[in-house]
Design a protein around this ligand. Structure first.
Ligand code: F6P
Length: 527
């Protein structure tokens, strides 16, 4: 048995789960009239209501003991100090520096990393202003108005979901597009109506070696070359990378490279130069507001005692369900059309960070780590899979994310949208058992949820929401004793894809893989 499972804190929580098995969320509200207040928190304009959870003071106290026994406070301190918490790759995780709006320097190994961050931010600012003021020209002299990001994973999901989320703030003159998939349909569809003379590509890749991104970047080079001549790429390609040498080799000049650093994980990179396309779209001051939202959460996370620290509580409540109630998945349901890609982005953040089965001592763990995270925007999700949430045998804790107003508001739509979100959380928690005559119409309730409620989907509120998830993920990784900052699990598939691709392109059709793969390859070759 691992130390974690053997610990008093863990064992106490097992006993508590047993003790409260028959207690319902309704009972908890009946027994504590002040409960909604007690478990609601305000971070600037964002309110987080945790009251509809299967928690009470005794449970929270014991969850905090679990965090204490994992030395969570010390780990938070060590994270913000820049210790090498990414121990498998022997480096720190310093994404918080990308949005550290304080005046303080951050010296590591004799270098002020804040200076570097601010230098790149200044270049991003100049570049995005140039585009917004129609002062960037392509090789044929036309004004650039189409900006296409080529990248995948963290080099795509953050920029694309945030761009979509903040599209009300976007400069309408600019056409912003994303190519991520190796599927040529993505490339073709995105570019088919664009004039190459008015188009630039931001090739976003931390490593500048990701197969999908390099293949799409080469196709972009060819697309430009065919329309504008072989040297046109020099004016139309830009790189965002932590590997500038590789970008140079690709033919991109230094003044076209926006750098970030190996201490920024791909899935934590949206505040780095990877966010350039967002800044171009919404402008510097809105981007700065986006960073402000993150910064506020970072400050809260760094300085607030565990017991009122919102991301810590979010992490602990999620562990409570996942490890002690065996609820295997968690949902993220933003009640916002513009946030339809947020679940996909956070899925990478959560599952690539904490989908690990080996602990920091190199042992295979004997407890669950990351839950499966999924979701879709509401109200659409209600008409797709909420049936299971209400009456299924699987219990899915839900994060509801809502906004009190929006840019193009229509009060009727707004109140319907908000009412639906609140009603779903209420129905899940309290159910309805008065239809005794028809079991099919019973709602047993007792299904937990968190509510995030912001004034509007502003850049700042979005920064706060994403910042909370990043910090929650961190806490869970510490408690599960895993490294949230590497991603070795994606490697094997990449290696095998290379071998299979060679097989597919070889003239000799003798395959030497497993018999299933051989059969499929033979089938493909015969067609
Ligand atoms: O899927 C693995 C991964 O390394 C992600 O962590 C990363 O966000 C993505 O690939 C893209 O990597 P890069 O930015 O280096 O192209």
């Amino acid at each position: 048995m691992s130390q974690l499972i053997d610990s008093n804190a863990w064992q106490n929580l097992i006993n508590l789960q047993d003790k409260y098995q028959k207690t319902s969320i309704k009972d908890l509200f009946d027994n504590d009239p002040d409960r909604a207040n007690r478990y609601s928190f305000q971070l600037d304009d964002l309110m987080i209501d945790l009251s509809k959870n299967l928690i009470n003071q005794e449970i929270v106290d014991n969850l905090i003991k679990l965090a204490e026994s994992a030395n969570l406070s010390q780990s938070i301190e060590s994270f913000f100090k820049g210790d090498k918490l990414n121990y498998t790759e022997n480096r720190p995780a310093l994404h918080f520096l990308l949005r550290d709006l304080s005046q303080s320097p951050f010296i590591l190994d004799g270098l002020d990393l804040k200076l570097k961050v601010n230098q790149v931010l200044d270049r991003m600012k100049d570049f995005s202003q140039k585009i917004n003021q129609s002062e960037l020209f392509g090789c044929s002299g036309k004004v650039i108005k189409n900006i296409v990001n080529i990248g995948i994973g963290g080099s795509d999901l953050g920029p694309e979901s945030v761009y979509l989320a903040l599209s009300d703030y976007a400069n309408p003159r600019l056409v912003i597009r994303f190519i991520s998939n190796i599927d040529y349909d993505n490339f073709y569809t995105v570019l088919k109506d664009l004039d190459p003379a008015e188009t630039i590509f931001l090739i976003s890749s931390k490593t500048f070696s990701t197969d999908e991104t390099i293949a799409n970047a080469l196709s972009a080079k060819a697309w430009l070359s065919q329309a504008l001549g072989p040297d046109s790429f020099k004016d139309h390609l830009f790189a965002i990378t932590a590997n500038p040498d590789q970008a140079h080799q690709f033919g991109i000049s230094t003044d076209h490279i926006f750098e970030f650093w190996d201490w920024v994980g791909g899935r934590y990179s949206v505040c780095s130069a990877i966010g350039l396309i967002i800044m171009i779209s919404i402008g510097w001051s809105n981007f700065h507001e986006f960073l402000t939202g993150f910064y506020q959460v970072d400050q809260h996370f760094k300085t607030t005692p565990l017991v009122t620290n919102v991301p810590v509580l979010l992490a602990l409540i999620s562990i409570w369900y996942h490890n002690f109630w065996n609820y295997r998945t968690e949902a993220i349901i933003p009640y916002s059309y513009h946030l339809s890609l947020l679940p996909a982005y956070l899925q990478q953040a959560v599952m690539e960070s904490n989908g690990k089965n080996v602990n920091k001592n190199g042992q295979v763990v004997d407890y669950l780590t990351s839950p499966v995270v999924w979701g879709q925007s509401g109200t659409n999700a209600q008409h797709a899979f909420f049936q299971l949430y209400h009456q299924g045998t699987e219990i899915v804790p839900v994060d509801f994310i809502g906004f009190m107003s929006s840019t193009y508001d229509d009060s009727k739509h707004r109140s319907k949208l908000l009412a639906n979100m609140l009603a779903q959380a209420q129905a899940l928690a309290f159910g309805r058992t008065d239809q005794v005559t028809d079991m099919n119409r019973q709602f047993f309730g007792n299904r937990p949820s968190n509510i995030f409620l912001a004034k509007s989907l502003s850049p700042k509120a979005l920064g706060q929401i994403i910042g909370l998830y990043e910090a929650k993920i961190f806490c869970q990784g510490i408690i599960w004793q895993i490294n949230s900052f590497d991603q070795y699990g994606v490697e094997l598939g990449k290696v095998l894809a290379g071998q299979i691709e060679n097989g597919l392109n070889a003239s000799n059709h003798h395959f030497d893989f497993d018999s299933s793969t051989n059969l499929l390859l033979n089938y493909i070759q015969k067609k």
